[in-house]
Design a protein around this ligand. Structure first.
Ligand SMILES: NC(=O)c1ccc[n+]([C@@H]2O[C@H](COP(=O)([O-])OP(=O)(O)OC[C@H]3O[C@@H](n4cnc5c(N)ncnc54)[C@H](OP(=O)(O)O)[C@@H]3O)[C@@H](O)[C@H]2O)c1
Length: 203
């Protein structure tokens, strides 16, 4: 696929009509901006956020800026696998398709703490929560042959379990390359787990 030269801006985001996007941590910051653009471009946009009040306020801001936009809220606390399961079940029940999963939510250097399941808070939230969410929604994501679903290569692929029979004796680098090859066509920004990947050119 060719890579365009020059700065890429929101004006370059193509029409998203007919597509469904889930953005985690969409009530503020990068997640809010990404979700707002997707909604404005016509995507059915789901704000997956831990604070329903903040999420509803964000949805209201998006729809007031783009009347007619389809924006809804799902409660998701990535620091609780029960919440991740419930959010995934709600998304599966409410939507027939999922074209974009933007794993944006995350914490940066919080005080030491643990998730509801006993994992260190930042790792459990940014990585394990998103890993579980991605796995639970994976069946909804379009397959590699479905076309122009683009995403930043994100750490979601770094944590996908790889059967040993598929990659016997694989090194970490080879496993990562396999994950990237398997998932990149249908996945998924991961601003939270690896923010530096945001700066990578979309390809
Ligand atoms: N902006 C930067 O320069 C920068 C630099 C390095 C890394 N990052 C990472 O990039 C991502 C977006 O950055 P940002 O600046 O837009 O961050 P932000 O404004 O702080 O937004 C983070 C979002 O993650 C949500 N979140 C935190 N813990 C969560 C949990 N357990 N479950 C669900 N949602 C949770 C927050 O929800 P609440 O509003 O409820 O807290 C918020 O919506 C973050 O993951 C951040 O760590 C950003």
């Amino acid at each position: 696929m060719s890579v365009r030269q020059g700065p890429w801006t929101v004006a370059d985001v193509p029409d998203q009509s007919g597509r469904t996007a889930v953005v985690t941590g969409a009530n503020s910051g990068i997640g809010f901006e990404a979700a707002a653009v997707l909604a404005r471009r016509g995507a059915v946009t789901v704000l997956a956020c831990r604070d329903a009040g903040k999420a509803e306020a964000a949805a209201a801001r998006m729809t007031s800026a783009a009347p007619g936009a389809s924006v809804s809220v799902v409660r998701l606390d990535l620091a609780s696998l029960d919440s991740v399961r419930a959010a995934a079940a709600e998304i599966l029940a409410r939507h027939e398709r999922l074209d974009l999963l933007i794993n944006n939510a995350g914490l940066m250097w919080p005080a030491y703490g643990k998730t509801a399941d006993g994992f260190e808070l930042q790792f459990g939230t940014n990585h394990l929560g998103h890993f579980a969410l991605t796995g639970l929604l994976e069946a909804m994501l379009p397959g590699p042959a479905s076309g122009p679903v683009q995403g930043l290569p994100g750490t979601a692929f770094l944590h996908r379990p790889v059967p040993r029979r598929k990659h016997p004796g694989a090194t970490v680098g080879r496993v990562r390359a396999a994950h990237r090859r398997d998932l990149r066509p249908r996945v998924i920004a991961a601003a939270g787990p690896s923010p530096w990947l945001n700066s990578r050119r979309v390809r």
